[in-house]
Design a protein around this ligand. Sequence first.
Ligand code: 26Q
Length: 810
Amino acid sequence: MEKFTKESMKRAIGEKLRLNFGCTEEEATEANMMKACAMVLRDRMSTQYVESRSAVRKKQLRRVHYMSMEFLMGRSLMKNAYNLGVLEPMKEAIADMGFKPARIFDMEPDAGLGNGGLGRLAACYLDSLTTLEIPARGYSICYELGLFRQKIVDGQQIELPDNWRDQSDAWLIPKPDEVEEVHFGGTLREFWDGDHLHIVNENYTRVLAIPCDMTIAGYDTKHSNSLRLWDAKSPKPIDMSLFSKGEYLRAGEEQAMAEVIAKVLYPEDNHYEGKSLRLRQQYFFVSATVQSIVRKHIQNYKTVTNFHEKNVIQINDTHPALVIPELMRILMDDAGLSWDEAWNITSNSVAYTNHTVLAEALERWPQDLMQTLLPRVWQIICEIARRWQAQVTDFYHGDEAKVRNMAIIWDNEVRMANLCIAGGMAVNGVSALHSDILRKDVFKDAYGMQPEKFQNVTNGIDHRRWLAEINPGLDKLIQDLTGGKDYLHHPGTALPKLDKFANDKEILLRLDEIKRANKLELAKFVKKEQGFILNPDAIFDVQAKRLHEYKRQLLNVMNITYMYLQLRDNPNMELRPHTFLFGAKAAPGYAVAKRIIRLINSLADQINSDPLCKDRLQVFFLENYRVSMAEVLMPASEVSQQISTAGKEASGTGNMKFMMNGALTVGTLDGANVEMHEVLGDENMFLFGLKTEEVKEMRDTGYNPYRLYSRDGALHRVLDQISQGFRDGIRYDDIVERLLFGGGSPADEYMLLADFVSYADAMRRMADTYGDRTKWNQMSLHNIARSGIFAADRSIADYADRIWHVPYKK
Ligand code: 26Q
């Protein structure tokens, strides 16, 4: 295939405009232009994909199937152009045709098929899987509505539907020929045929699963993979003739069920709710996926007996855990294998990644729901549970506490994590600390029985998107200093070369200028989107992530309030200009999180309108934080707030994006911050707060936040201020009471008061350091230089080596 030049690109885009929109480039709208560009790239990627697939088939390579309820892909146009190496000719072609490239890229909506970290991780991993030339496919649901759009009205979050598909259809290729049928409900009938017991499910409700595939281009490779998104369709339109056969109701049921399944992504992050629709979504996508994998396997190998040698299924948290009983069902009921044969294949095919230790996020499904909705799957789960329990009882000599703890079915609930541990070949955490907590605490008993199953794979990010593509200034500097584009393939060895420029005045100045330019870009963006003027001379201090009590946005608010009170006491105090930025969506049903958003906005209103704060303090809430906003935010950030209670954040991945773009971290020793600290040392980040062990210790020995409040004057004033609220007259005593007394949950469950003094101190150290520009830029350079281990290529290489046992491009 010829590489695109500006001229050939113009011809290709022009042709798409004529054929698909019946217009010339003069007549085309910006939306037409965006879609035409997408179609040009899609054709190129389709051709590559067809070739990759036949190569994989010939070589009979083991394939990786990455199953996730979420893929937070963001935008694809610039990304695909970048990976295909045609970004420059495409920009030139767009400009030559009379459009502004940036405006065309801006027309594309985000594919927001995810909540946060877990979903974005899946998207980053698709990029690395493809770049490392691993035969792989992602699987999820083609939600009609992605994560809600957030509006802030009178300081409060309002949720609006996210209709992303109309503008993104260029990337989706429907494959109606590869439809699968998924069955719900009904009854079971058993009969013997010789010595073989058959179990058939009858009178079920059917839903059709139609694949919509998105092709994934790797960076600098011809290899391509795909993301398969299942759309739900009713098997038949309502047909009056069924009425006479008594099937009218069923036909109506099928249509209703189909329409609702792929309607909307659940907006809860790190929180489980036992909703029947969510379970239907999970089984729908699991069943369609397993059927499709098995079907393709049989096409290629004419047998299922070598399934586990040629396939590995990685599940992104427990959300696709039904893959275990479903694969068992298909191997036994459809392929005719015995239990033992099916179990051997299944338990050597599936690997499980855990992403959270929060108890409220662990999936436990009510038995009745499972039984009614999935009668055959339920039967199989019961048998898995029975055998597992026997094995546990035997190993632990009947220790009741351990048997209870490791049970798959208990108290009329199915515990999905235990199902995954029993049925999977590997269990991994997502940072060294988190994997340690899994082994020593959350899954301690299972680890005692099968230590070899437990692994760590520290998360990583797509550094081509999160550095090269979004921060061209920094990309250029890195290329100049490390010898070209090698770092795009080998960040772990190339980026450390930056370290030796730490005393080079000129380089530090360049780094400073790059950051300054990116801050101005962000200021322009915020002005355009929300009409607010950021002070580019201030420290850009950012906390952007989902709103959760454990992530402690409230601790940040407390410290800002503290700074403000000091300024009020002493208007002449020296205060480095400081701009605090928040970006956060709250789950619509998470009332406390929504209150905290409102508090941030009340505080922002107070500070931004007080003349005392002019040119010194700003607080601003960025509406509708999403992937495409993060792409403007990361390059412009100077301070990264990673301040979760130690032991609660499994890894964090935003922390890595900030670091790679040269921001300095103020953080606790939590998640991947621990590994950041290992490579950076105390001198290149601002650590504070209790460690995981200390948090536990303090909880166990009786933590009393009220005592801290009474004894510490600063804390007292800050909380009283928050309680009475700010100039908009809204009081926040509910939030303060929750900290001091709890109510339903323990008082100050996430120990903000215990860490407050230490945090305020770290923030002062940070601001002081900011005054020393040389020092700051040196630290920033070290952060970039040592961020290579957080590239997703490294994570995927770890999965390939330790869990999947598949080869990859080095
Ligand atoms: C489960 C059942 C029903 C409804 C919703 C859910 C659900 C949905 C999303 C439960 C959890 C999630 C998301 C979890 C998540 O994003 N975890 C984050 O994963 C990142 C990638 O590993 C880590 O970096 C973060 O630390 C972790 O919080």
